[in-house]
Every structure is written in C-alpha cells, then in structure tokens.
Design a protein around this ligand. Structure first.
Ligand code: HMG
Length: 465
C-alpha cells in the first residue's frame, strides 16, 4: 500500500522591521547612568537599542513587517488565511492588534481585501510568537485537504493553497535608570508560514516546560514591566533546561535523532537560537545546556584538564560554600576553550542583530534566525534548534530542518539598513520613553503611522506615502 507523503510545513521567508531611531548604550547613555561602557558592550552584549518614534507602536511595526513580507513574496491579500500576532505590547485590552494591522494593510491593498483572513493576538510574554507559529502550522495541516482556491489562482483552477503569516511585535520598556533599561529595544518580525517552505521545515518534536513564576510581569495599566532581573535569568535557565530535556527525550524516543558513541543531542544541531533578551543570556543558556550534555562524555576530560573537576556538594562545609564554588566553576566553564569553540560556532552568530537592536521580546528569537540568514550560515539539510522563553514562565525547545530552497533566496543587506538609522540624544530618548513627545523625531514617510487616539481611545492609523 502506498502511503501519502506527509506535508512539510514551515517558514518560507522572514521580514524584519526595526524603528529608524536608536540610542547608543556605550556613549552618552552609559555616562549619564554611571555605567562602564564595557559592561554594556561585553557584560550585557548590547551596543545600540532601537527606539520607537512618536508615531510608532507595536501595531505600526507589525503592519510594516507584514507589508514588507507580502511585497517581497508578491503575495495578494486573498492568499493570506491567517495573521497570528505574538505581542506583550498590545494596544487594546479587547480589540485584537491584528484588526488594526489589517486596517493599515487595507490602506495599501484596498478596503475589504483581508476580510477572509482571521487574526488572533497571542500573549505569553516572549514565547507568544512561538505559540502563534505552532497554531498556524496546525491550521495549515487542517486545511490541507480542503479544496481551497486562493483568489490568485481561481482563474487557472490551480490551487496553491493559502498561507499564514506569524508576526512578533513588541516594544521592550523598563523604568528609566533601572537595570532593565539597557536591555530595551523595539521591532517586529513577520514569518511566512506555508506548505513546502523554501527555508525551514518544522520538525515534529517540541519540548515544553511551564511553571508559575514572578520573574517578570506587567500588571494591567502599567507601562513598564515589574522585573526581578537576576531571578529572571535563573527562571530562564531552569525553564530552558526543562524544555531542552523534554525535547531530547522525545527526539531520541521517536528516532528523530540517533546518538552514537560519544555524541550528544546538541552535536546533532548545527545551530541553536535561544531567546535573546540580551546576547549574554544566550551564552548563559548555552553554558548551562552544554555543560549538562557533556559531563558524561569522553570530551569532559578535556574540560577537566583545563578547568578542573566540578565541585561536589559533599566536599564543602555548607551550602553557601558549595554555591560559591559552583558559581566560580560556571564562570570558568563559560571561559573554557571547549565551550567557547562550540558556542562561537553554534550560538553566538544568532546574537548579531540583537546586539544593535536590543530586546524585541517575542521576536528576539526570530531576530536570531534573521542573524543567521544575514551571515549566510544555514545550509540545506542542517538541523537548527530553537529555545524559546517567555517570562511568567514557559519555555519551548523545538527544531527545524533547513530546506534546499534556501539556495534560491536572497539574503543579507539588513545590517547595512541598520547602519542607516538615526542616533538620538539621551534627552529625546527619555521624552519618547515617557510619552512626553508628540512630534515625531523623523516625520513618517513611506510607512504606517499612528495619527491620533480619539476621545474614546480608538487609534487612527494611516499609511504615509
Ligand atoms: P545587572 O545588574 O546589569 O547585572 O543586571 P550584572 O551587574 O551582573 O552585570 C551583567 C554582566 O556584566 C556580568 O557578567 C558582569 O560581570 C558584567 P557575568 O559575571 O554574568 O559574566 N560586567 C562587566 N563586563 C565587562 N566590563 C565591565 C563589567 N561590569 C560588569 N566593566 C540584568 C542584568 C539582565 C539582570 C538586567 O539588565 C535586567 O533586569 N534586565 C531585564 C530582565 C531580563 O532581560 N532578564 C533576562 C531573562 S528573562 C527573559 O528573557 C524574558 C524577557 O525577555 C521578557 C519576556 O519574556 O517577555 C525579559
């Protein structure tokens, strides 16, 4: 009996939108906050943070990334069946951000052009877009047998099938003068999700970890997050570890990854993209996962030769002494040659764009994907791991396989675009941050803009040509 081949679903293309304004962390900002620039550039890993102008918000950024994705893929609105948006910077407590986005897109494509497209706003801190992606994939699989004729192909009678667009859009905002301030940023990433994608096919295994935590949250009505910074790092690491081991168990269990003598699961992932609230966090996550993966393997001998054996609790008088030795060992491991070699190849390249954009919350992990594409680092057949984290807290570890279509795709050029952004003064940044500036720093041109919020709170947007 012949078996129907399973449909491959995944990411076909990606578009990124970042505000035109930025503030450098290492100049006036560092001086004003009394922080050594090296701490921000190396200790945190961020040199520039994107700042939204007065006419920008999470909705305008989302509309901009979707418009770019549609234009570069020559998509018509009738072909788009779903626009699912992950955000924690929603502009309304009830109305889905996607309806504003569709309203803006219809200013370009014509009234009613998206009326057969549904949209949902996903909220789950920074992991929201990963859940949106999972749901668009389910929709595509469910729709696969429907005789669905998209408008573009109605005349020929050929069904290309509809596509879904998954969008991440956020403004990461913390209190001025707080330790979170230098981990801000803003931007949107749109993913084209379809059958037989050119770029990445989603593998059938996802590892999940969820637990109620108070590491980072934003009660209704508050503009900035309440954050227990150092504790949030620990929650991230624990959740990522849990999700990775859940993924590993499932990937090995179903034979998707087969281990041979001396190797481990991460050896089978050519790259790993972790959620990047700031680049150093991806390094901490890598150190935690590689250390646990390697400690029972022959290669651990090389690590021990360089930094000595791991501290054992029974060798210490009390827990305090043990924890201090453990913290010290962690630091030495993350500076060891073996770790730096693997981290430098598999993880660090994904942090390139984040280092000049900052945290864009739910889109940060997909900004990591854009970084790999920008540097042309993905080759057909490679498996890439993705570790998504959302405060509160939840993590998902999953993987994708690079498709041959990647060869036909034009990549690069985004970093040059970022270099054309405009640096603003600390004063302008602070006014924009506090919502005290009504006038745009750069008048909108060729982009979506928030024109007015009326007396009822309804937001009027337009496309400014
Ligand atoms: P901090 O007080 O700046 O931390 O807070 P620090 O003083 O420990 O410094 C950080 C690093 O800089 C350390 O490196 C220092 O040694 C180093 P390490 O010791 O760990 O290797 N350093 C220097 N390096 C070079 N030269 C120097 C120097 N001085 C010090 N002169 C923190 C950092 C991230 C906690 C803070 O910025 C914060 O609260 N950020 C916001 C929360 C956050 O991003 N948490 C991350 C995990 S939670 C998450 O990812 C979810 C999130 O995206 C939201 C969501 O899910 O929606 C945030």
């Amino acid at each position: 009996m012949t078996q129907t081949p399973k449909t491959v679903v995944g990411i076909d293309d990606i578009a990124v939108h970042v505000p035109k304004l930025f503030i450098s962390t290492v100049d006036e900002f560092a001086r004003a906050r009394g922080i050594e620039p090296a701490k921000l550039a190396r200790g945190i890993g961020v040199e520039k943070m994107a700042v939204p102008d007065a006419h920008e918000d999470a909705a305008t950024m989302a509309a901009s990334s979707v418009l770019e994705l549609m234009r570069k893929n020559d998509l018509s609105p009738e072909e788009v069946g779903r626009i699912y948006i992950g955000t924690e910077s929603g502009v309304d407590e009830a109305k889905a951000i996607g309806t504003y986005v569709i309203g803006m897109l219809e200013r370009v494509y014509g009234p009613g052009s998206f009326q057969e497209c549904s949209t949902v706003e996903f909220k789950s801190a920074c992991i929201a877009t990963t859940h949106a992606l999972e749901n668009v994939v389910y929709w595509l699989k469910a729709e696969e047998n429907e005789n669905d004729f998209s408008g573009a192909d109605r005349e020929s009678g050929q069904s290309r099938g509809r596509v879904g667009i998954v969008v991440a859009t956020d403004v990461a905002r913390y209190e001025l003068n707080s330790p979170g301030e230098y981990t801000q940023g803003a931007g949107s990433v749109a993913l084209l999700v379809k059958r037989d994608p050119r770029l990445l096919a989603l593998d059938p295994v996802v590892g999940i970890f969820t637990r109620d935590e108070n590491d980072f949250f934003r009660p209704i009505g508050m503009k900035c997050a309440v954050v227990n910074g150092k504790y949030s790092n620990l929650c991230y690491l624990a959740a990522m570890d849990g999700a990775f081991y859940s993924y590993k168990k499932r990937a090995l269990g179903r034979g998707m990854i087969r281990l041979e003598g001396g190797d481990c699961t991460t050896d089978h992932l050519s790259h790993i993209i972790f959620h990047i609230p700031y680049p150093r966090m991806a390094e901490y996550a890598s150190a935690s996962i590689f250390r646990r993966e390697w400690r029972d393997l022959p290669r651990w001998q090389e690590v021990e030769e360089e930094i000595g054996p791991e501290p054992r609790i029974e060798d210490f008088e009390g827990q305090k002494e043990y924890l201090s030795a453990e913290g010290d060992y962690k630091r030495r491991f993350s500076k060891s040659d073996k770790f730096l070699e693997v981290y430098g190849k598999k993880v660090k390249p994904s942090t390139l764009i984040s280092s000049v954009v900052g945290n864009i919350y739910t889109g940060s992990i997909y900004l990591g994907l854009a970084s790999l594409l920008e540097q042309n680092l993905l080759a057909p057949g490679e498996r890439v791991g993705l570790g998504s984290y959302g405060s509160g807290c939840s993590a998902a570890f999953f993987s994708v396989t690079v498709q041959t279509g990647i060869r036909s795709m034009k990549t690069g050029g985004f970093l040059e675009m970022l270099n054309e952004r405009v640096e603003i003064s600390l004063e302008d940044y602070q006014h924009l941050h506090e919502g005290e500036r009504r006038e745009s720093v750069i008048s909108p041109s060729g982009e979506f803009a928030l024109m007015e919020i009326d007396r009822d709170g309804y937001r009027r947007y337009d496309f400014v040509g």
